[in-house]
Design a protein around this ligand. Sequence first.
Ligand code: CP3
Length: 364
Amino acid sequence: MDKLNHIDWSENNMTSNVNKKFIRALKGEAVVPPPLWLMRQAGRHLEEYRALRAKNKNFLKFCYSPDLATEATLQPILRYGLDAAILFSDILVIPDALGQQVEFVSREGPKLDPVSKAEDLKIFDRSGLHDHLAPVYETITRIKKKLPKETSLIGFAGAPWTVATYMVEGGSSKDYQKTRTWAYQSPQSFSMLIDLLVDTTSDYLIRQIDAGVEAIQIFDSWAGVLPPGQFEQWALAPVKEIIRRICQSHPDIPVIGFPRGAGFQYVKYAKEAGVDAVSLDSTVPVEWAAENIQPICAVQGNLDNLALLAGGEIMEQEVCRILQAFSGGPFVFNLGHGILPETPVPHVERLVELVRARSTQDHG
Ligand code: CP3
């Protein structure tokens, strides 16, 4: 953190959000060169993160430590000078705060004590939600004091569908069979779980905004496994309701939706969810998205995280292709999914240089 203090970064708190590049792009402006941040920019690809993480082996405790989480959030900003920082936390703090047993096992990922029926939901208790999550709100306050004045802070949560898959499967899954069968066989009882997540996630995001985040991203990492009717019911409708509630108290805060793998349904989602932007995964053809989504809302994405890992000529071509397709409208440069731990730092440095060096003229 010492390094951060030596740079003349005035307090972020007092700066008007609306003039920041990132916010302007989300609000519909074609900003050139586009603002840039990277999903999972804070994390294991950074040696400084690995060193910090070694100070607390328990990942959830790490997330709930305002000191460590603030430093982890700022690390990629210090290294790369990106246009937005994302709060360091995890989508699984919600089940944890509700009283579900959640653990992160090294090299295996998250493990939860699974729920499978309405009866199991009785263990969940919303009464201590904000007390439990108070360290996250404190982290936001601290980050805001240290962020460069031109950098935006993004708050986030998992979408109800994606969080529900972890709660029902008991961790990561290949086929989401338990969750999807519950949703088909007993939609009424499954909607009790989704409704609980809509309530808690809305409250949680509103508190993040109260604490100082300037934009929200809702991660629906597993939306793409749902066929259209199910997508509408379990991915689109709950996110729409969360955004409606956020807008009631904070109408100006931009919201980015990330229904990863949604394919053609991105269009419906962009039209109906109430988002200011959608984050596109790398399977979405950029020319199609420029024609069909960018006129509806801002787009973010969609460099393949493996092209970044590979680096070299192929990465340069891909970056160029994306910039060219989206440069005429509102656009935020990002990956199609999170940065992989094996990604070399010089590849990220080169990416930042490429995005910043380009302007519309370069593409003719
Ligand atoms: O820069 C950032 O984006 C940091 C904040 C952040 C983390 N997780 C930190 C994290 C964010 C925004 C997330 C979101 C998240 N978490 C998602 C949605 C985005 C996506 O990637 O699809 C999901 C599905 C999770 C759940 C999760 N958290 C899993 C499945 C795992 C284990 C697998 C993995 O990537 O390690 C985590 C752990 C996790 N969350 C780590 C980090 C930095 C690695 C933990 C470590 O340091 O050991």
